[in-house]
Each structure stands twice: as C-alpha cells, then as structure tokens.
Design a protein around this ligand. Structure first.
Ligand SMILES: Cc1cc2nc3c(=O)[nH]c(=O)nc-3n(C[C@H](O)[C@H](O)[C@H](O)COP(=O)(O)O)c2cc1C
Length: 225
C-alpha cells in the first residue's frame, strides 16, 4: 500500500499539523506501509506544483489530509487543491482513479480548546470525498492544537497519549481500508490539558508576543469596531 500525507499548514517549520502527521507516518511505517509527505504550500510555490501534486494524489492508494482550522474552515491553499482535484475528476477528458479505489482520511487541529470547532471543516472533507469518488474513512478533530508547539508528540511527556493512541487506530484503519472506529475519534477529541490551563497559557502567549512586537499597551484596541 502507498499512502500520501498532505500537510495543509502554511508554516514552513514547527507546524502542529506536521507534528501530528509525522507521528501517524511513524505508526504507518511500523505497519510496513510505503509513505510520502507533501507540504501543500511548499509544493504550490513550484512552477508545476499543482500538476505534480495532482499526479502524486492520483497514484496513491490512501490519501490523508492534515490541516489547521482556519476561520472554521480549511486554509485557502488546501481549498485550492481540493477544487483542482474536483475539477480534474469531473473533466470527461481526464482519466481519474476508479471511484472508491482510493481511501481518504482528514485530520484537523484548532487553536480553540474545544474539538467541536473542527466538525464543520471535517464535514466539508466528507462532502469533498463523496463528490470526488474517494472512499471516506472518517475525520479526527483535535482542539487545543497549540499544546503541540510543533514538537514531536512523543516528546511531550504523555500529554498527547490519547491522540497518539487514536493515531495508532487511524493507522490500522488506513491499512485495513476500514472506517475510523468511534473510539479513535473520541480519544482524539479529548482535551490534552484542562481548559482553564490552556486559556491561561494562551493569554500568556499573546501578551508575550505583543510585548516582543512593542504593542502590549495596544492589545485591547479594536480598530475595525
Ligand atoms: C489565519 C488563522 C485562522 C485561524 N482560525 C481558527 C479558527 O477559526 N478556530 C480555531 O480554533 N483556531 C484557529 N486558528 C488557530 C490554528 O488552527 C491553530 O493555531 C493550529 O494549531 C495551527 O496549526 P499549524 O501549526 O499546523 O498551522 C487560526 C489560525 C490562523 C493563523
């Protein structure tokens, strides 16, 4: 089996999505699967980026999309690729892969601590799969993605044990071409730290960034109100 992982974060390094993806790829490697990772935003910077991306997508057996939640939806570069896939597959002159021949799973992480913020974006992915002939394996939503800080999940001292266990189940589902078990989704949704602690750390982080950028006194300004 060959699995293609698409990373949808525009961050060049230290992306939370990539950290989650690397963990999943490690687990898939243990299952003896051939894996490949492509960062969408970097690929699209190349002259023939979209063409090459579509070609890699068309030749994989399992496609995984891992992205950060942006304004309750998907980042624009990811939407651009989804639109290109849909256009190609509805073109009568193209020869897209056989409907149902490829499986598709999506994994989304958000900045807000509640995992349900990701549900609409994952529903968009499910509809996309239905329209493009991909076999939908399910979606994993994670709230409070900023706890990852772009670091390897296993380096975070057990804080993400539920998410790692869910990714193990996801790897098995991909290999067996089966739907994600409900238990995997439930584990992935679990907060990795208490909500109050996450919010405290969030405030601290915003204030530190504001201080570093010399705008701490202006942090409560609302210029567009
Ligand atoms: C432009 C932008 C829009 C965002 N919109 C949301 C949002 O609507 N809801 C949310 O919970 N987090 C939102 N976030 C936070 C990211 O989803 C979160 O920080 C995520 O962990 C980033 O993942 P990454 O490191 O893979 O890019 C937004 C971040 C940015 C930069």
């Amino acid at each position: 089996m060959n699995v293609l992982l698409l990373i949808g974060s525009p961050k060049v390094k230290q992306s939370n999505s990539e950290a989650l993806g690397d963990c999943l790829l490690g687990l898939l490697d243990q299952e003896g699967v051939t894996t490949r990772k492509i960062k969408i935003y970097q690929a699209l910077k190349e002259e023939k980026g979209m063409e090459e991306l579509l070609s890699s997508i068309n030749t994989c057996e399992a496609l995984i999309l891992l992205f950060p939640l942006y304004v309750d939806s998907l980042p624009s570069g990811v939407i651009k690729v989804m639109e290109a896939i849909a256009a190609q597959r509805s073109d009568p002159h193209s020869s897209p892969p056989r409907p149902g021949g490829q499986t598709f799973m999506a994994i989304c992480n958000s900045g807000f601590p509640e995992a349900e913020h990701n549900d609409t974006a994952l529903a968009i992915c499910r509809c996309f799969a239905e329209k493009t002939g991909l076999q939908w394996l399910g979606g994993l939503p994670m709230g409070g993605g900023e706890v990852i800080g772009g670091k390897p999940l296993t380096s975070l001292g057990g804080m993400l044990r539920n998410q790692i266990n869910a990714l193990q189940m996801a790897a098995e589902a991909i290999v067996e071409r089966k739907k994600l078990p409900a238990e995997a989704v439930a584990l992935f949704r679990k907060p990795s730290i208490p909500r109050w602690l996450y919010v405290c750390c969030g405030h601290f982080g915003w204030r530190r960034q504001a201080r570093e950028n010399g705008v701490l006194k202006r942090i409560r300004e609302q210029p567009y109100k």
